[in-house]
Design a protein around this ligand. Structure first.
Ligand code: PNS
Length: 160
């Protein structure tokens, strides 16, 4: 059996920072499930379907990526697809505490599924979906932050 990893997130929307982590992870693992976690406590701009469509479009040249969504525990999703790894990106020290918390929790839930961190490329260390949304909302230039397809989708959201 090949190595299967899950790369989970809200992806509201996917940014160049996420894409950096996914494409680098795809070089290490045989298959990566990029999964939109339908986390009801957040108030997303894009629907789960829209987020999946954006991810599909911008990862279409990475053959070992599968895009999916899930509502529930990440560990249950990982078990369903027989993944032995979770991939997360780390931007800065400020990410560490939160990531340590979810990683530790996931390890309590299933100690056989290992979490791997990929340090985000320096040029994206400040980048988040929230920042992109804010800049886009007020008409700022986000062409360096998200793929053109995502930029267009954001413009449509804020113009409608
Ligand atoms: O992109 P995000 O918002 O930082 O992703 C957070 C995410 C979706 C990975 C995290 O909230 C998650 O795993 N949610 C699923 C619920 C779950 O499994 N919780 C237990 C571990 S804390």
């Amino acid at each position: 059996m090949g190595s299967i990893a899950v790369c989970p997130g809200s992806f509201d929307p996917i940014t160049f920072g996420h894409l950096d982590i996914i494409s680098r992870g795809a070089k290490v693992f045989d298959q990566i499930y990029v999964v939109v976690l339908n986390n009801s406590s957040k108030n997303p701009l894009f629907s789960v379907e829209e987020r999946m469509e954006l991810i599909r479009e911008v990862t279409k040249d990475i053959p070992n990526v599968i895009v999916d969504s899930f509502q529930g525990l990440l560990i249950d999703y990982a078990k369903n697809v027989k993944a032995n790894a979770i991939i997360r990106g780390l931007r800065a020290v400020s990410d560490f505490e939160y990531e340590m918390q979810i990683t530790s929790m996931n390890r309590v839930l299933d100690e056989d599924i290992e979490t791997f961190f990929i340090m985000t490329n320096n040029q994206y260390s400040f980048l988040s979906s929230s920042i992109v949304k804010e800049v886009s909302k007020y008409g700022g230039n986000i062409s360096e932050l998200v793929p053109a397809f995502v930029e267009k989708a954001l413009k449509e959201k804020y113009q409608s």
